[in-house]
Design a protein around this ligand. Sequence first.
Ligand code: ZN
Ligand code: ZN
Length: 316
Amino acid sequence: MVFDGVGAPLRPLDLPDPAPGPGQVLLCVRACGVCRTDLHIVDGELREPKLPLVLGHQIVGESNDGRRFGVPWLGWTCGECRFCTTGRENLCDRARFTGYDLDGGYAELAVADERFCFPIPDGYPDLQAAPLLCAGLIGYRALRLAGEAERLGLYGFGAAAHIVCQVARSQGRRVFAFVRAGDEAAERFARELGAEWVGDALGPSPEELDAAILFAPAGEHVPAALKAVAKGGVVVCAGIHMSDIPSFPYELLWGERVLRSVANLTRRDGEEFLALAPTVPVRTEVQVFALEQANEALDSLRTGGIRGAAVLRVSG
Ligand SMILES: [Zn+2]
Ligand SMILES: [Zn+2]
């Protein structure tokens, strides 16, 4: 399913089989998760994708020797810049991203740099494994950067939050879910996964939080979350794009509150999270679409109609 540029739906197209270069592996794609980042690309909010482009950066694929690999958003790094050489390859100046700079997994075949492929943990079927590769990984990185917070707010309860909530609960944290006012489905879902309180994302918190993670791409959540966290609390913006943040009084940041973003992932995040997920155990809830239904999957994500994560079933 090929993206030609903003304003046109993805279209099915027969492309020549991709040929793996040195250090690359050819994968038969089994499943590919659909991420909000894909929407930001389709909508032109991320401005310079390769074109034409095969989207998709939560790839579960099988190599020709029968091993299952996951391919995440971070598809290549230079290994030489001051970020790469200091354990911060997520910030690499020349990083290339799967399904953005590199063709991704909305396709039957994909090639990937073998250094950026993760073995998929046993016990996770293809479709359930796919959301671990971005929603899970980025969510995990965001949770780590939230520190030791006992009272954790999650703003937006989609694919990433439904995974982070399970991890956080298993660590004994208390989870407060902030959803769109009146979104009863999201409310029920968050409660089922262990959130002790669910309420309006723009309203007050029932008590002070130690940290908040913002998954919804709406800038107005930033002052709301700063208002909700206690002195010394952290607000982590986990998305790659967000609408403008409204101005707010300095008082909301005062008291050593920290506001930060999370960018991409490192391979270490991937190794840690994929080792952790089966021990929680994280169970992903997926809504499955055929590869040819990629546009429907994106539309459902856009309108908030997905419970858990949207995943394309590709083959097998
Ligand atoms: Zn993603
Ligand atoms: Zn680099």
